[in-house]
Design a binder for this molecule. Structure first.
Ligand code: COA
Length: 263
């Protein structure tokens, strides 16, 4: 196994055979994603796509949590200013354009972009304790990562609306039933199942795998890019709103938000 670490080890890149793994490695903050981490993930996507020996790139999180989504302190203090070129936007467009298969091994919380990025993954294996949440309305934000377009296609419009409007959580079994997750693997077998599925995918003829992925993903590709851009325009406005400031400040201060003064 080869190991490369990136800035501050926040994204740890490992490779074993044809399987490259990018691990969110900020467990003390539940792997909340910062600009630096998005930059490192863009590098990982580019590296995986360019390196002929890599057959699949898998995302996972350290410390029993996938990721708690975008760092809320970053949202408050260092919001993405350029909707076209911010690290998160470049990451999302790179995810959509990835030709090789993408996978995710999800344990614990997968929140915000931690849940929506799964819509761009071709294989999602969840542990029984995985919890999926898109708490955009709760944070006074709006759907992102193309979720307003892709989620209804994956789970159906009614379920997509229930997730995106109510900010409710989804457990692993329901996520699998709804099609957001490929498979739930038991806790004690989780690593073994992930390794087995990824190695099996990596052993297949790579051009055939890329062709199958392209045939499924290409018809939605332009629409997914457009959805990401459409959402970003709204998202940046929401991020600057007093409602969002109250929601995020409340989380960081460990108190309930108070939206009663807003019309
Ligand atoms: N951004 C910044 N910091 C975060 C974070 C995030 N998205 N998620 C967690 N953290 C921080 C907490 O502030 C806390 O920091 P502290 O120890 O300095 O106080 C630390 O990570 C541990 O989080 P905590 O909430 O105590 O852990 P938990 O196990 O009780 O709950 C979560 C875990 C993931 C359910 C909870 O942290 C959470 O809901 N996070 C916010 C998710 C979110 O709204 N993401 C944005 C989506 S757009």
């Amino acid at each position: 196994m080869t190991t490369n670490t990136t800035a501050d080890d926040l994204i740890q890149i490992t490779q074993e055979g044809g399987v490259m793994t990018a691990t969110f490695n900020r467990p003390e903050k539940k792997n909340a994603l910062t600009h630096t981490m998005y930059e490192a993930m863009i590098d990982a996507l580019e590296q995986a796509e360019a390196e002929p020996g890599v057959r699949v790139l898998c995302f996972r999180g350290a410390g029993g949590c996938f990721t708690s989504g975008n760092d809320l302190k970053d949202f408050l203090g260092n919001p993405p200013s350029d909707p076209k070129n911010s690290p998160v936007m470049r990451f999302l467009h790179a995810l959509i354009d990835m030709k090789k298969p993408l996978a995710a091994a999800v344990q614990g919380p997968a929140i915000g972009i931690g849940a929506t990025m799964l819509l761009h993954c071709d294989l999602v294996i969840a542990a029984p304790d995985a919890v999926f949440q898109m708490p955009f309305t709760k944070l006074a934000l709006c759907p992102e990562a193309g979720s307003s377009y892709l989620l209804p296609r994956v789970v159906g419009t009614t379920r997509a609306l229930s997730l995106l409007l109510s900010s409710q959580s989804l457990d692993a079994a329901t996520a699998a039933q709804w099609g957001l997750v490929t498979e739930v693997a038991s806790t004690d077998q989780f690593d073994a199942v992930v390794t087995e599925r990824l190695n099996a995918l990596a052993a297949l003829p790579p051009e055939a795998v890329r062709t199958a992925k392209a045939l499924v993903r290409d018809p939605e590709r332009d629409a997914a890019h457009e959805a990401v851009n459409r959402e970003a325009a709204q998202f940046l406005q929401r991020l600057m709103s007093a409602e969002a400031a109250e929601a995020m400040q409340a989380f960081l201060e460990r108190r309930q938000p108070d939206f009663s003064r807003f019309e």
